[in-house]
Design a binder for this molecule. Structure first.
Ligand code: AMP
Length: 217
C-alpha cells in the first residue's frame, strides 16, 4: 500500500502514520524529520534551511524534492510507504508524481486530515520533543500523549522541549502557509480520484478506523 497523508501541522499526521506502519508494515517517510536530521548533522543543505524551518517557513520545493528523490532512487527504495508531510505543495505533488512513474510505483490514496485552525493552535501548544539526537523517542503532547514523568523523556530522561517551529506565532504562520499551498494540491488529488477526507478532531482510534475504512482495507 502507498499512501500520502495531508493535513496542517497538529492534525496528527505523525501519529496516524505510526499506526499505519504498525498495522500494514509500511515505511513512514517524514520529510520534517529528514530535514531536521540534515540540520542536526550540520550539512551544507541543513545550514541553508535552518533559518527557514526556525521561522516555520516551507523549505524550497527543489530541496525537498531532491531529498525525497534521493531516497526513492537509493538501492533500498521504499516500496510500501506512507508519506508524512510530503508532498505539501502543488509543485511537490507534480514532482512526486513524476518520481513515482519513473520508479513504476502508484499511489493508492491521499488522506486529507481536516481540522479547524484554532484546534491546531491549542494542540501544538501542548507538543514536546526530546532534544537528544541519539534518542528515537517520538514526540509527546501534554494533552494526548503525556510523558510518564512530566517534562522528561520516557526513553532517555532528557528535559523535553517546545520546538521553535511549534510556538504560537510560528504555528499561525505555518497554518496560513499550509492553506495557501494545499488548495491546489488537494484539487489535484481530487481530480486524480485519490483524495479521501477524514476528520482529525475525533479520538486517535476513531481517526485511524476512518482512515482504514477510507482506503478500503
Ligand atoms: P513537520 O515535521 O512535517 O511538521 O515539518 C517541519 C518543518 O519542516 C516544516 O515547517 C517545514 O519547514 C519543513 N518541511 C517538512 N516537510 C516539508 C515539505 N514537504 N516541503 C517544505 N518544507 C517541509
Amino acid at each position: 500500500m502507498r499512501l500520502v497523508l495531508v493535513g496542517p501541522p497538529g492534525s496528527g499526521k505523525g501519529t496516524q502514520a505510526e499506526r499505519l506502519v504498525r498495522q500494514f508494515g509500511l515505511m513512514s517517510i517524514g520529510t520534517g524529520a529528514m530535514l531536521r536530521d540534515a540540520i542536526s548533522r550540520g550539512t551544507e543543505m541543513g545550514n541553508q534551511i535552518k533559518p527557514l524551518m526556525d521561522q516555520g517557513l516551507l523549505v524550497p520545493d527543489p530541496i525537498v524534492n531532491d531529498v525525497v528523490a534521493e531516497l526513492f532512487r537509493s538501492p533500498n527504495r521504499p516500496d510500501c510507504f506512507v508519506m508524512d508531510g510530503y508532498p505539501r505543495t502543488y509543485s511537490q505533488a507534480i514532482a512526486f508524481d513524476a518520481l513515482l512513474i519513473q520508479q513504476f510505483l502508484n499511489l493508492d490514496a491521499v488522506i486529507n486530515l481536516t481540522i479547524p485552525d484554532e484546534e491546531v493552535v491549542r494542540r501544538i501548544g501542548g507538543r514536546r520533543c526530546c532534544p537528544n539526537p541519539n534518542c528515537d523517542a517520538s514526540s509527546y503532547n501534554v494533552f494526548f500523549r503525556p510523558p510518564k514523568v512530566p517534562g522528561k523523556c520516557d526513553k532517555c530522561g532528557s528535559d523535553l522541549i517546545l520546538r521553535d517551529d511549534d510556538k504560537e506565532e510560528t504555528i499561525r504562520r505555518r497554518l496560513r502557509e499550509f492553506h495557501n499551498n494545499t488548495e491546489l494540491l488537494i484539487t489535484h488529488y481530487r481530480y486524480r480520484n485519490l483524495l479521501r477526507e477524514v476528520s482529525a478532531t475525533d479520538p486517535v482510534e476513531t481517526i485511524f478506523a476512518n482512515i482504514v475504512r477510507a482506503i478500503g482495507k
